[in-house]
Design a protein around this ligand. Structure first.
Ligand code: COA
Length: 260
């Protein structure tokens, strides 16, 4: 597939994805979601990629939501299918990606845009960003995991307030309630994300993947997270990176991890 709606580039083992529909405030239409799904699948399976940074083109919007023009005449079955397909191929795929995925929120993150950011493992917002789930003002509710992930991130009371009022909040408020990890000036947004990814890149890749899996397990109703942690912990002992990490410590040198 030739990407038209996202830009992709791998630099220093980081996959940079830019949602590139600036004229529509980077709203997620089906083609964009399909390209995103392909990019995340590639990042998941490709050893060259050690981390992913997702942002939006321009200085106004990260993503202003799902593309409203595409589903305004959908029926019940089509609405459900839209949410299910999106969740499976993009939003859950990002959350389950074994490489850390950081959202660099460079402006409006609304509806599906905030849901995209919340599916990422870490969120950094520029100080002009506005975040919200305005779906009830369209007669909808969030359908790309927003009711679940917002509740997990900020708690039930604040989630219900944000979803039912449809209000946008500022980046500073989002940081205060734990919805974003950091708020930075827009000019420093990508650099802050790179700072974190570059630090994570120094660590053992298979241990990072195990950590993401174990943390995600804490939020699954049908999996015992403690047991998932025990299994992932055990798996680490079978890696060359574990031998390298412990040997390097004992030899008082920096480890060189190979992801094996
Ligand atoms: N779906 C489709 N198109 C969208 C969109 C969306 N979610 N968000 C913005 N756009 C389009 C606008 O229709 C407009 O297109 P046009 O120039 O062809 O008319 C363009 O992007 C620019 O948006 P505009 O509304 O003119 O910018 P603004 O600065 O006046 O307002 C927002 C910015 C974000 C407040 C406003 O665009 C908005 O409310 N968007 C929808 C947010 C939403 O409800 N998201 C949840 C969807 S489920």
């Amino acid at each position: 597939m030739t990407d038209q709606n996202i830009l992709q580039e791998v630099k220093d083992h980081i996959l940079y994805i830019t949602i590139n529909r600036e004229h529509k405030l980077n709203a997620l239409n089906k083609a964009t979601l399909a390209e995103l799904a392909e990019a995340i699948a590639h990042a998941t399976g490709n050893d060259e990629v050690r981390g992913v940074l997702i942002t939006g083109a321009g200085e106004k919007a990260f993503v202003a939501g799902a593309d409203i023009s595409e589903f305004s005449n959908y029926n019940v079955a089509e609405g459900e299918a839209l949410a299910r397909a999106g969740q499976n191929t993009v939003f859950d795929a990002i959350e389950n990606c074994p490489k850390p995925v950081i959202a660099a929120i460079n402006g409006f993150a609304l509806g599906g845009g905030l849901e995209l950011a919340m599916a990422c493992h870490i969120r950094i917002a520029s100080d002009n960003a506005k975040l919200g789930l305005p779906e009830v003002s369209l007669g909808l509710i969030p359908g790309y995991g927003g009711t679940q992930r917002l509740t997990q991130l900020v708690g039930k009371g604040k989630a219900i307030e944000m979803i039912t009022t449809a209000d946008m909040i500022t980046a500073a408020e989002a940081e205060k309630i734990g919805l974003v990890n950091y708020t930075v000036p827009q000019a420093g947004l990508v650099a802050k994300a790179e700072e974190l990814l570059n630090k994570i890149k120094l660590r053992a890749p298979l241990a990072i993947a195990s950590a993401i899996k174990a943390v995600n397990a804490s939020l699954l109703y049908d999996v015992d997270g403690f047991d998932a942690e025990i299994k992932e912990f055990g798996k680490c002992f079978g890696t060359l990176d574990f031998k390298e990490g412990t040997t390097a410590f004992l030899e008082k040198r920096k480890p060189v991890f190979i992801g094996k």
